[in-house]
Design a protein around this ligand. Structure first.
Ligand code: AMP
Length: 183
């Protein structure tokens, strides 16, 4: 993809903050950088956890923020106020499909089981040639190293091709992730 093709980036991340302050700092910087790069942020519309941090940072830096939430999670993830667009879907499947459709690339921050599910889904859809959108994992302070090692293990033991093992681009900082999207 060329620079101009990346107009919107989906961020997958935790609905919790994690227990180290630097996760919030990372989410905050990434949100600002997405807005400063004139890219739209697509995310799960919640105000809680790192999701809320990245969204408020992008919104407060003048960026466009597109939130997509299923009706049943409105109370749990507490929809963020002040979004440029808010879409309420009937269920999780529609939410994930709309997040995919609205995004040109995906960035993964630290997160929990939902983040893992979303990341694996984008990888498996790419493996099935359903898309060629970049999927960038920010392995900040080694948070995702166990996942990177697991994927390498799956490849080395013959359950995925080398090519499919490279579907996830691993970087260490938000700056590197943004550089990749811009180049
Ligand atoms: P988590 O990483 O568990 O904090 O979840 C991050 C986001 O992933 C939340 O907005 C969840 O609603 C969402 N999510 C997506 N797919 C799933 C799933 N299969 N199970 C749980 N959460 C999910």
């Amino acid at each position: 993809m060329t620079e101009n093709n990346i107009k919107s980036v989906c961020v997958y991340c935790g609905s919790r903050l994690g227990n180290k302050p630097y996760y919030q700092e990372l989410a905050n910087s990434l949100g600002k950088m997405i807005a400063d790069a004139d890219m739209s942020l697509v995310y799960g519309a919640g105000s809680v956890g790192l999701m809320g941090v990245v969204a408020r940072a992008a919104r407060d830096s003048g960026g466009e923020v597109i939130g997509i939430i299923p009706e049943h999670l409105d109370d749990v993830e507490i929809t963020q106020e002040g979004l440029t667009e808010l879409h309420i879907t009937d269920n999780m499947h529609e939410r994930k499909k709309m997040m995919f459709d609205r995004s040109d690339a995906f960035i993964v921050l630290p997160g929990g089981l939902g983040t893992l599910d979303e990341t694996m889904e984008m990888m498996t859809w790419a493996q099935l040639s359903l898309h060629k959108k970049p999927i960038i994992l920010i392995n900040y302070k080694d948070f995702w190293s166990p996942l990177v090692e697991l994927i390498e293990h799956v490849v080395s033991d013959g359950f995925a091709s080398d090519e499919h093992g490279k579907l996830l681009t691993v970087v260490e900082t938000a700056e590197e992730a943004m550089e990749l999207l811009k180049s």
